[in-house]
Ligand binder design. Structure first.
Ligand SMILES: [Zn+2]
Length: 177
């Protein structure tokens, strides 16, 4: 078979004039490319509406995950977070102040200045990997600072640098437990 008749315009055309369609027995669409194009133009609104409906019903179709995007756009990520920080100075300061306070409260008295320097180094390393390798890292408290049964300390032995995605999994499992 090298030609077929279009079901719309009834013209016998070469197979090249039909789009490939696996669902059909002969492997080609029933309507020719020209008719299909015409239909698309005439039904533009209808098609975009049905695409919209599909997207609403399938929110994850064609959408890459946030983690994936972050992995692919490390420089953009830094740019966006910088922009957010500048725009939301007060909010950022408040968050970072309360975070600092929380860490300070969880730091035992026996933690030396030297150890604090090393802890600071962990945060630098974590940030370096995030920005230069493109894998978002977190400095994680192995035993959470405000755990359900036990509360961990903000000290070197309770800290680890792990990929953010693992940290997320961990906090979910902590919540589930
Ligand atoms: Zn046709």
């Amino acid at each position: 078979m090298i030609s077929k008749t279009c079901i719309k315009c009834n013209i016998n055309k070469s197979l090249n004039d039909f789009c490939k369609a696996k669902v059909n027995k002969d492997g080609y669409a029933g309507t020719c490319k020209l008719c299909k194009k015409e239909y698309n133009v005439l039904n533009k609104d209808k098609i975009s509406l049905s695409n919209k409906k599909y997207k609403l019903a399938n929110p994850n179709s064609g959408k890459i995950t946030t983690a994936e995007w972050r992995r692919n756009n490390p420089s953009k990520l830094v740019e966006y977070s910088d922009r957010w920080r500048n725009k939301n100075r007060n909010k950022y300061n408040a968050i970072s102040a309360s975070r600092k306070k929380r860490l300070r409260n969880a730091t035992p008295k026996w933690v030396s200045k030297e150890e604090l320097d090393k802890i600071r180094m962990l945060y630098t390393i974590s940030g370096w990997i995030t920005n230069n390798v493109g894998i978002e890292m977190h400095v994680d408290h192995i035993i959470p600072l405000q755990g359900k049964n036990v509360s961990g300390f903000h000290c070197l032995s309770n800290l680890q640098v792990i990929p953010a995605i693992d940290n997320l999994k961990k906090s979910n499992s902590f919540k589930a437990a």
